[in-house]
Design a protein around this ligand. Structure first.
Ligand code: 13P
Ligand code: SF4
Length: 324
């Protein structure tokens, strides 16, 4: 990397429509420090679509949904990866880059889905349903992935399940994602009872109220939403699929039934689209801030480590997914 770094003032042009000048004043010092530290430490920042706009648009090098972050993590050349997202995403990046330093700025950035299931639960499911393949959502710990046959994300779940060529699969741990995918395939799906604490809060009544108050609004829902919410929506897909929908269909008015920062990030690329914004915050995603990204790079913390015996088996399940 060479050449002059962009100034915080020039980056503000990317986000001024969603960040008021008063708020920006508190960000510019950290942004300039992070840009310099990335160069000094040969580091890149991978940021999930739910990261706030000052992270997503101003300091991230690679952005996307869980699937894109996993795929792009495989191509990173820098020696240090900072994962602006939640812990399972940092673990996935580490699995795919065992020789690099992967940092998560806040170790408490968890996920209610990842916390809903343990490796022992997966072993018990395997005993209960012998011979039935176990497809595990990436929103899980490395220990849980290690007990699985293959991983999936919301962006590829149907393709992964159908690639196995079997009549029945176990799909862990998101019950709603499992039911939403079951509605699109002939493969029988045995589900677990995990839920995303952000998406489970949306209801069909929310959508009906939105349609009444905002005539003509196009409703996009993440497949972690309950099936009755997805049924009332106009489209359901991963965070990347929702973003692509806005890009290609250009609905005049849209609502994204998902985490709040997603609308801000997509709205910046589409000034001509009106975004209606009832949303739910993910408290885990929101633990990542410019200040702790800066500290992560300054103090080389928190280093993500995975037991090598677990890592080998978990990596296999993730890589198998990436090669479908
Ligand atoms: P995506 O894979 O769609 O980015 O979703 C990840 C996530 O955590 C959704 O809550
Ligand atoms: Fe987990 Fe839900 Fe937060 Fe995504 S939005 S990280 S699934 S709690």
């Amino acid at each position: 990397m060479s050449g002059a770094l962009p100034s915080a003032a020039s980056l503000y042009r990317r986000v001024w429509r969603v960040i008021p000048p008063g708020e920006w004043a508190a960000f510019s010092d950290d942004i300039e420090a992070i840009l310099a530290l990335k160069r000094e430490r040969n580091a890149v920042i991978l940021a999930h679509n739910y990261q706030t706009p000052e992270i997503f648009h101003c300091v991230a090098d690679i952005v996307g949904d869980s699937l894109a972050l996993a795929r792009k993590a495989m191509t990173v050349e820098a020696q240090v990866i900072v994962l602006a997202g939640v812990h399972f995403m940092a673990e996935t990046a580490k699995l795919l880059n065992p020789n690099k330093t992967v940092l998560i700025p806040d170790l408490g950035a968890g996920c209610s889905l990842a916390e809903s299931i343990t490796a022992q639960d997966v072993r018990l499911m395997r005993q209960r349903y012998p011979g039935v393949p176990i497809v595990t959502y990436v929103n899980t710990s490395a220990e849980v992935k290690a007990e699985s046959d293959i991983c999936c994300t919301s962006g590829n779940a149907k393709a992964i399940i159908e690639s196995l060529g079997v009549p029945r699969v176990i799909m862990l741990p998101d019950e709603y994602l499992a039911h939403n995918i079951a509605a699109q395939t002939d493969v029988e799906i045995i589900a677990w009872q995990g839920h995303c604490e952000v998406h489970e809060r949306f209801t069909p009544a929310d959508i009906r109220e939105l349609r009444e108050n905002h005539p003509g609004v196009t409703v996009l829902a993440h497949p972690e939403c309950p099936p009755d919410v997805v049924a009332e929506a106009d489209f359901s897909g991963s965070t990347a699929a929702m973003s692509d929908y806005v890009e290609t269909q250009k609905p005049p008015r849209v609502v994204l039934m998902t985490e709040c920062s997603m609308s801000d990030n997509v709205a910046l690329a589409h000034p001509d689209v009106e975004f209606i914004r009832p949303c739910n915050l993910c408290p885990h995603m929101k633990r990542i801030t410019l200040a702790n990204i800066r500290s992560a790079l300054e103090e080389n913390r928190h280093i993500v480590t995975i037991d090598p015996c677990v890592a080998e088996r978990a990596r296999w399940a993730v890589e198998r997914m990436l090669f479908v």
